[in-house]
Ligand binder design. Structure first.
Ligand SMILES: CC(C)(COP(=O)(O)OP(=O)(O)OC[C@H]1O[C@@H](n2cnc3c(N)ncnc32)[C@H](O)[C@@H]1OP(=O)(O)O)[C@@H](O)C(=O)NCCC(=O)NCCS
Length: 200
């Protein structure tokens, strides 16, 4: 049996805290994403903002936010037109990560016969290091595995992009080649390194 010390006020506070903890536990089990959104709108502060972060399919309404992020993150960003094409061309799969207010990451995968290609994987600078790049990559790999026509997941990355290369290596991607002078850069052109991961 729990012995409460410290008088009626402290007892009340503990009772409230225990109540809140119990409610949190129940919420974790029973509240869907839609419910979380509802609670967050109606009772701001009642829902942990971390629990509102999620990955979902990119929609056309996300294009402006994704394009803004693309321009923030990359020195040589894609055009808006490329992003729009990715959304409409068959075989392309696009996802975003979002929090309560903003899109803070995205990934684009092109699926063909035998091979799938990671076209883009990007997390906003202030969200980097929080595991969302890895979660987006999990999503990409899961879809590539689900499509039985794909044997290999491919990508190119700038030779100097250490965080991205570390991420791909962590997931077991192996270097399969280089493309000389593939990317524009401040010092002329930069090589791309090609990586592959078997997924069949
Ligand atoms: C590459 C990128 C998507 C990683 O996303 P992220 O959310 O920051 O990465 P995560 O927090 O999920 O980290 C997962 C793994 O990536 C690697 N990694 C991420 N950031 C790293 C860094 N700054 N230095 C070294 N390794 C890093 C680590 O292996 C890490 O695993 P660990 O936490 O167990 O060490 C992100 O840095 C980014 O958007 N960069 C700019 C856009 C870009 O270059 N995209 C790749 C194009 S090919």
């Amino acid at each position: 049996m729990v012995r409460f010390t410290g008088g009626v006020e402290l007892f009340e506070e503990r009772r409230k805290l225990i109540g809140q903890i119990l409610i949190e536990q129940v919420k974790k089990f029973f509240i869907s994403d839609a419910d979380r959104d509802f609670y967050a709108k109606i009772f701001p502060g009642s829902v942990d903002p971390e629990s509102l972060k999620r990955i979902r399919k990119m929609e056309t309404a996300d294009i402006d936010a994704v394009f803004a992020l693309e321009q923030t993150v990359y020195k040589y960003p894609w055009t808006r037109g490329i992003l729009v094409d990715c959304m409409v061309v068959p075989g392309y799969f696009c996802w975003v990560c979002e929090n309560e207010h903003d899109v803070f990451g995205y990934a684009i995968l092109a699926i063909g016969i035998d091979e799938a290609h990671i076209m883009n994987l990007c997390v906003s600078p202030d969200a980097q290091g929080g595991g969302w790049g890895a979660r987006l990559l999990d999503q990409i790999i899961a879809i590539a595995r689900e499509k039985k026509i794909v044997d290999t997941l491919l990508l190119e990355v700038r030779k100097t992009n250490k965080p991205a290369i570390a991420l791909y290596k962590k997931y077991g991607f192996k270097k399969i080649g280089e493309r000389k002078a593939y990317y524009p850069s401040e010092h002329g052109r930069e090589d791309a390194v090609m990586y592959a991961l078997p997924v069949s």
